[in-house]
Design a protein around this ligand. Sequence first.
Ligand SMILES: C[S@@+](CC[C@H](N)C(=O)[O-])C[C@H]1O[C@@H](n2cnc3c(N)ncnc32)[C@H](O)[C@@H]1O
Length: 216
Amino acid sequence: MGVGPGFLAAELAAAVGSSGRVCGIDISDDMLAIAARRSVRPGSARVELSHGSATEIPFDNESFDLVTCTQVLEYVSDVPAALGEFHRVLRPGGRLLVLDTDWDTIVWHSADEQRTSRVLGAWAQHLADPHLPRTLGRSLSTAGFEVATPFVLTLLNTGYHPETYSGGLIGIVASFVVGRDGLTEHDVNSWVADLTEMGPAYFFSLNRYVFGATKP
Ligand SMILES: C[S@@+](CC[C@H](N)C(=O)[O-])C[C@H]1O[C@@H](n2cnc3c(N)ncnc32)[C@H](O)[C@@H]1O
């Protein structure tokens, strides 16, 4: 669910082999087009891509053995509706894996911590819930799932490299926050220069939380 560029779907397709079936759903046609480029690999299941929302999944009840949803629910304003849909399309005994970030766990070293806080405050506005993991376990139980103990995956980038998660994130954050919360282009360009010129002193860390659950 929320297949995005399709990396995980392609790996799942290889795991289930040519006798299995993988369906990728997204609300963005642009993302579906990107996912389509990696949807067919020799020896893998073909990834079937469809336009649809997590809150209205275009498949019948009990269609799937597994639903995965990584870095998507934090964008969804009606999480109970999405979890209800995951429950509906899973077969009894089917498994759900959800991964989301809590953006309060970010550590992004900079020369001007106050400016970085302003940038990150504005960046949090790109999500429906930047702190979803802390309530997700309860929401999964309420939706009727048996929930395993979650675990944490930490992204850690030390030393500035553009080809890392946070190195790529800098530009995305910069384009989103200009004009929000009084941040000028000059403020944001200075923030970008500060981070990208840090060299070996650069430090970024962020926690993602992984929830496994089963439909009884
Ligand atoms: C940060 S990307 C994550 C993509 C992919 N799951 C991954 O981990 O690489 C978020 C994706 O969720 C999709 N998305 C956002 N809201 C959605 C919704 N209500 N239903 C389905 N997809 C949604 C976006 O279009 C985007 O492709």
